[in-house]
Design a protein around this ligand. Structure first.
Ligand SMILES: O=c1nc[nH]c2c1ncn2[C@H]1C[C@H](O)[C@@H](COP(=O)(O)OP(=O)(O)OP(=O)(O)O)O1
Ligand SMILES: [Mg+2]
Length: 204
């Protein structure tokens, strides 16, 4: 019986992680399942630092395999902002709608060809022995002029991935999970998990 703790409070993100992780774990628990009120301050300057801090905080409490995801949206016309500040872009307690509204406002006069952006996802996995692994995925696209679609979470209604005319929020989750920044980071992480856990099985 192999458990994975996922150090996220974001339910939309948690849902995707459960869809993407595969069958390396028998049980996948997220912060809302096992740790009601922990507050991890994400004060790193990079996605890598924040993902490591989230994973390490939870690993140190439970000493079980732990995964954290730190992600965000880098907008070309804003010099890469909001980046690591994506969750706090419109203030600590703002909603996804408020963040999207602020972004569209900032980009009001930016023409289509200058609305390039990318989603970035860094995953930190810590195994039961405390070994740390990090992977990263990037998905290029552009920011639309108005929110469209109901699927997904966060900035999905305004992000149009390269090669698509639909926003992430208009795509089915299966399609987003084929092309997203998170999907790309998971492809790399799953190769690592394959090595870690196949070794375990052969030595049992
Ligand atoms: O696929 C995505 N589709 C839309 N928006 C996304 C995505 N991936 C990250 N994002 C946005 C959500 C949040 O505004 C920020 C992540 O911030 P980040 O600190 O990593 O997550 P969070 O605070 O929501 O949850 P937690 O830290 O508990 O995992 O970027
Ligand atoms: Mg966060």
């Amino acid at each position: 019986m192999r458990k994975l703790l996922v150090a996220t409070k974001n339910r939309g993100k948690a849902k995707e992680i459960k869809e993407l992780i595969g069958d390396f774990f028998d049980e996948v628990l997220t912060l809302s399942d096992f740790e009601g009120n922990i507050n991890i301050i994400e004060d790193g300057k990079t996605f890598e630092e924040n993902a490591l801090k989230k994973a390490k905080t939870i690993y140190d409490l439970y000493r079980l395999p732990t995964l954290a995801d730190d992600s965000g949206l880098e907008v070309d016309a804003l010099g890469g902002r909001p980046g690591v500040y994506s969750a706090r872009y419109a203030g600590e307690n703002a909603t996804d709608e408020e963040r999207i509204k602020k972004l569209l406002e900032e980009l009001r006069d930016v023409p289509c060809e200058k609305r390039g952006a990318q989603f970035v996802c860094v995953l930190t996995f810590i195994d039961e022995n405390g070994r740390v692994y990090q992977t990263k995925g990037i998905c290029r696209g552009k920011i639309g002029f108005e929110p469209r679609g109901k699927n997904g979470f966060g900035y999905d209604p305004v992000f149009i991935p390269e090669g698509s005319t639909l926003t992430f929020a208009e795509l089915e989750s299966e399609e987003k999970n084929r092309i997203s920044h998170r999907a790309k980071a998971f492809e790399k992480l799953k190769r690592i998990l394959g090595e870690i856990y196949n070794e375990d099985i052969s030595s049992e």
